[in-house]
Design a binder for this molecule. Sequence first.
Ligand SMILES: [Zn+2]
Length: 732
Amino acid sequence: MKSKPPHRSLNCLDFFVNDSTTSKLCHLEAQACCFVVILSGYCQLTRGDSRERSNSCARVGCSSQSQLRYCNVKMRCVVAITIVIAFLQHGMGYTQERRYVEGSNMNLGEALQFLREYDREASGMCFRVTSSQWNYSTNITETNKRRMLEEQALSAKFHRLSWRRATSYTWTRLPDPIVRRQLHMLAIEGRAALPEEKFNELQQLISDMKEIYSRARTCPHSINSINYNYRQSGSCDLALEPDLTRIMSHSRDYEELLHVWRAWRDAVGPPIRSKYIRYIQLANHAARLNGFHDAGQQQREGYEDSDINTQLTELWTNLAPLYRELHAYVRHRLVERYGPERIRPDGPLPAHLLGNMWAQNWRSLADLVLPFPAKPTVDVSSEMLRQGYTPLRMFHLAEEFFTSLGLKPMPPEFWRHSMLEKPLDREVACRASAWDFCNHKDYRIKQCTTVSMDDLLTIHHEMAHIQYYLQYADQPLLFRDGANPGFHEAVGDAITLSVSNPRHLLGIGLLNNVTDDYESGINFLLLMALEKVAYLPFAYIVDQWRWGLFAGDWNIDEMNARWWELRLRHQGVIPPIPRTEKDFDPASKYHIPADMPYTRYFVSLVLQFQLHQALCEAAGHFGPLHTCNIYRSREAGRLLGDILSLGSSRPWPEVIRIMTRGRTDKLDAWPLLEYFKPLTMWLNVQNRDESMVGWSTTGEDTALFARWSQDGGYAVVPSVLITFLAVVFALS
Ligand SMILES: [Zn+2]
């Protein structure tokens, strides 16, 4: 059942006596109320950022109801706020009411019959589309591409038709909960509600944006760079993968990194920008026809919780202190490397120095930041080579991990059809992926495996996807999915938390001994944190930005500034050079032009530690969470099997309740914090002498991207105009 959105107080008087409220709406109310008071001449505007100003105003002018009465603007304030809120609710999408699309057919028998037919036809359609995609990805030719596009077009047509048939039922009132759940999934999905012409336009836009992204090439910084394997002297043919990614992770040359960072954004941002604006309009149009306020609300519907964004914000609030500790520690080391003239010792970090195009994974900074470099790090790659491992043997090793838990082996078709190595006779897409052909027997992995520890972990991750497919194979097609959009990735990553553990590698003969001392443990956790903790804010903000845009919280002429505002506020990074609205930096991340939701990665980061903790508890693990390994635990395997076999047949809070044996039905940040607890304590000590844990923001920082931000007050501006109009109206 859906829960209703929480009631939001609209009384500004309450806000002023309780300034702990942090919701955006109340923040806007505060600004509005503050300005009413200010313009009435009773308060003075104080300097500082907008939040500080609200608080200061509350302190100087309106800290209690009696003072407000003294200000004698109470009634005007209330009237003005009511108008402002009406404005905001109308224009900014805070109204969360949603009306599902449904018809008049109440016949349960017919609905059941439709779902049976759908299951059969959609499975066949899924098999054909997946086969054509597989053929293209494992043999990139124009013919295979054309066939794939043809199948995808047929599939889109089929799904439009299914949407129409599903929404002909009064499905919200049918008595069978399983029928209701399946029809709900069909009725909210996709853009099927659009008229054909607009539907095709939207598909074409997404396809064009993806094409721009994948065809983008840049020029090298210098042909003498050791990071540039130039094919032709001076030719501008550097692709994101593998060229730019390699330079971003290996180069420590400030100018070269800056060049690559800027060149990539120049190549993709401006050409995608205008298409993206039209894409927003069409995606929103489809969402409204589907009964949603906007396309962001439609995406959140996948979480079956109208308040999911509040949960996400709470999770990030709990996790941010750990991120800030890591940020301060890494900043200290980067200042040592690049100098205080390039990185302010208490400021945000330039976004191009973190070893990754989006500053989302800092693992390649290990050489600069590893706390105890003299201690050996766990890398079994050379040992695997010494023992004569092949890609096939690595896959068998991974399979044995799952069967040791009592889970299913890979079926014969898996071994027959998977692509485990890069073929030499044709072009293929090498990115590792796991495939379900929707016919109950054909499951495959595609991976250009090399004998290395990284690839061994990737195999376990991909095989966890296959295990999920195998476990929920008996569910109807619509329920053959993760319990929520974050589950699939979380399961794969939870498995690799066990596999990457030195004790496990010792157990399977890839390590000769485990150095069990404190310093090795901190090295291990810091490397993990560079990958997982550093990723948290980025994984959080991508959809915060996109949802804000869909909801109309900001205008298209400030899209880029808002992106950087979020990056600075949550991630503590700034662009290394000034940005304008001609740039479109969000498009530098594939998931934006490719129309792929991103919140799943944030959810997965939190959930994988929750799952790891639950499995470790089932396995009877004692000791710190980061030393746990569930290998050979039948109890852990049983619990995992119970969770996976449900697929998406039940609301995910129920699945979390099963996972945590009744303790909670919510996403919980605690297991992640527990995992990193020894590192947190170590970082606390390291950062003792830092002038700031976190980052101070100056007008110069914000001036890099927001043209109106000379006094740091850019966040207020859009509401100022509305407020001013409201105030004039209220005072007249
Ligand atoms: Zn995955």
